[in-house]
Design a protein around this ligand. Structure first.
Ligand code: S3P
Length: 434
């Protein structure tokens, strides 16, 4: 599948953004382990979350889909999961693979976790090593999926300093901690998204957070909750960026999650001169949300503060596009983790930007991107949803038509992305390979 995009004068408007991917995964996983029912609205019906849903159903969890974005999870309690008949296929989802590793390490039965070509290349030692320290037994193919998780192990809590800032690893250890004897303590080198901690607390788990240290006491159980999932700021970034780069359009996005452990993209774009307002700030349960208003802006190059990287970890493809439209040279450092996401995002962005005539100096842990004008051309997304969406946005202000190849993965996080851009006035078409 490919996107064909023609230069477009965006009109802007008001668009709805699908639910938060990270929170949707957690709502299903934690809801499944709870005692009682969880009623979830604002669920993201993206392929990644549907992989999590299917895996839980395969272990006997009743999950009703009331409509596209409303689910009812009938919790089976911490010890109510059943052995699946087949390997659990987690598709493209690194979050699912890592969170399930922690959850399954504590079960009485063994499981096999598999994924697609991209997921099968992603590093899992970061989660296997600490889980083994807790007493789990997990084998892999040289540190990558498929993973075989042996059941019936007695886990014990550990005090673990994460070598790499990762919310996925933190969450996996907390899930395993539900099954461990003694407290589980995770120390973060930098604060990462805290959706697990917020949801655990809302479900009655004994979790405390102090600075970068998270502690889960053993013997804790979860109770079902009512959850209204915010719109995903990571998805909102693409229409937001399209408007910032436009001639004179403006946009309003409602109910977007603005959790301070996720809002690095807003801070970075504002430092570059983006006109973004947050109004009507309020809480959706444990998560803060706001209406985001943005208008066409002149962006200036900056040196991106590496301290903001974990808070904007998924937004760098979009931020590279912003840098390519800014006056001057923007420097990104501290992005080594981007090389092990759904694709090597530094290489994929450098390659695509160069194909469209932008000057990029690739660095081992980042890049220097010099602002310019996008020429017409063809870009490969490397099967990575966020690379595909970033270049689709860039294409709206190119000097001629741009084709983005290999875009089927967009549905992992943002079903309806093309429609959303089209509603804002973009001339974008999705074509199937001939
Ligand atoms: C996620 C955490 C991040 C992020 C991913 C979702 C999560 O990964 O990139 O898209 O839901 O916990 P890391 O924690 O590995 O940085």
């Amino acid at each position: 599948m490919r996107f064909e995009v023609n230069p477009s004068a965006l009109a802007g408007g008001s668009v709805r953004i699908p639910g938060d991917k990270s929170i949707s995964h957690r709502a299903l996983l934690f809801g499944a382990l709870a005692d009682g029912i969880s009623n979830v609205t604002g669920f993201l019906p993206g392929e990644d979350c549907l992989s999590t849903l299917a895996a839980l159903r395969a272990m006997g969890v009743n999950i009703e889909r009331v409509n596209d974005t409303a689910v009812v999870v009938h919790g089976v309690g911490l010890h109510g999961l059943e052995a699946p008949e087949k390997p659990l296929d987690l598709g493209n989802s690194g979050t699912a693979m890592r969170l399930f590793s922690g959850l399954l390490a504590g079960q009485s039965f063994s499981t096999e976790l598999i994924g697609d070509e991209s997921l099968s290349k992603r590093p899992m030692a970061r989660v296997i090593d600490p889980l083994q320290q807790m007493g789990a037994k997990i084998s892999s193919r040289e540190g990558c999926p498929p993973l075989h998780v042996t059941g019936g192990r007695d886990l014990h809590g550990i005090d673990y300093a994460l070598p790499v800032a990762s919310a996925q690893v933190k969450s996996a250890l907390l899930l395993a901690g539900l099954y461990a004897k003694g407290p589980t303590v995770v120390r973060e080198p930098a604060v990462t998204r805290d959706h697990s901690e917020r949801m655990f607390k809302a479900m009655g788990a004994r979790v405390t957070t102090e600075g970068g240290t998270i502690r889960l006491d053993s013997g804790t159980s979860l109770k079902g909750i009512q959850l209204k999932i915010p719109a995903d700021l990571s998805s909102a970034t693409f229409p937001l960026l399209a408007i910032l780069l436009s001639e004179n359009a403006s946009v309003e996005l409602t109910d977007v999650g603005i959790n301070p452990t996720r809002d690095g993209v807003l801070r970075i774009l504002r430092t570059m001169g983006a006109q973004i307002q947050m109004v009507d700030q309020r809480m959706h349960g444990a998560e803060p949300v706001a209406t985001l208003q943005a208008r066409a802006s002149h962006l200036q190059a900056i040196n991106v503060d590496p301290a903001l990287v974990p808070l904007a970890i998924d937004e760098f493809p979009a931020l590279f596009i912003a840098a390519a439209c800014a006056t001057g040279t923007t420097e990104f450092r501290g992005l080594a983790e981007l090389r092990v996401k759904e694709s090597d995002r530094i290489a994929a962005m450098a390659e695509g930007l160069q194909a469209l005539g932008i000057t990029v100096e690739e660095l081992p842990d980042g890049a220097r991107v010099t602002g310019g004008t996008f020429r017409p051309g063809t870009v490969d997304s490397h099967g990575d949803h966020r690379i595909a969406m970033a270049f689709a946005v860039a294409a709206t202000i190119a000097e001629g038509p741009v084709t983005i190849n290999n875009v089927a993965s967009v549905v992992t996080s943002f079903p309806g992305f093309e429609n959303c851009l089209r509603e804002l006035g973009a001339d974008i078409h999705c074509k199937h390979e001939v």
